[in-house]
Design a protein around this ligand. Structure first.
Ligand code: 6PG
Length: 246
């Protein structure tokens, strides 16, 4: 029986308000984590929606957060080099990392220029080392941002892809048929051990998939529906156009 966690919905008027709400969530989680454990471990999402969140964060929290105590990871990455326009790292670097005083060694980029399986294994090793994991243990991120694709994917957990069934690896190379390419992605065991998951969903084009994903039916037919923190907060930050069918 999947743990029946009740998602929290934060609905804001428009995309700009969503960017500010996402940035505020980052700041609040960072302050709480740093007070609790003197560090904040966060995984960023890819795609377009996070761009606005990052820009607001860089503008508003550049001086107020202790960036040397913040550790940035990526919940997934495209199988491209870091300078590629498709790279989630490149997007994060342009919109946030190059704009705040975060030490290079605090940013853990997926080495997606390598063979996908090699990149996944190396990233998995980086997680194990950083979180000092013993065999069989899992990392616990303070916050993981996620997006929602119009097919119900999240991170790079796409419908009908092999990674949906992964229960032992932390990070895998996942072949995505519809994209004819590999992605590197966190697996559900990592996502579901986060202290907080924050989905960022913006725009009317996501209203139908969002309604379907948030429908309280039993079958988790969409990958995003299987994100259920075992012991953590599940927050959906939505703008009104995205939430119009809820
Ligand atoms: C990626 C993301 C992916 C994204 C969704 C939503 O690498 O593309 O991790 O899961 O979050 O596709 O993307 P948008 O925010 O651009 O709609």
């Amino acid at each position: 029986m999947a743990n029946a966690i009740k998602p929290e919905l934060k609905i804001v008027p428009d995309s700009d308000a969503l960017y500010h709400a996402g940035a505020d969530e980052f700041v609040q989680c960072a302050q709480d984590a740093i007070k609790r454990s003197r560090r904040f471990c966060v995984a960023l999402s890819g795609g377009n929606t996070p761009r606005g969140v990052h820009l607001v964060l860089a503008a508003n929290a550049k001086a107020s957060l202790p960036w040397n105590q913040i550790y940035i990871f990526f919940g997934d990455e495209r199988h491209v080099p870091p300078g590629d326009p498709e790279s989630n790292y490149r997007m994060a670097n342009e919109t946030l990392l190059s704009r705040v005083p975060i030490p290079d060694e605090n940013v853990f980029r997926v080495p997606a220029e390598l063979d996908a399986e090699v990149a996944a294994r190396q990233y998995e090793d980086q997680l194990r080392t950083f979180f000092r994991l013993s065999p069989g243990a899992w990392p616990r991120f303070d916050l993981i941002f996620l997006g929602l694709g119009d097919d119900g994917h999240t991170a790079s957990l796409f419908p009908h892809s092999a990674a949906l069934n992964e229960t032992t690896r932390l990070v895998v190379a996942n072949w995505v048929d519809k994209l004819h390419s590999y992605r590197v992605t966190f697996t559900y065991p990592v996502l579901n051990r986060a202290a907080e998951i924050a989905f960022l969903v913006s725009g009317a084009s996501k209203s139908q998939i969002l309604r379907d994903v948030l429908k309280p039916t039993g079958d988790a037919s969409y990958p995003a529906q299987r994100v259920r923190p075992l012991d953590g907060r599940l927050l959906w930050i939505l703008d009104r156009p995205a939430a119009k069918l809820l």
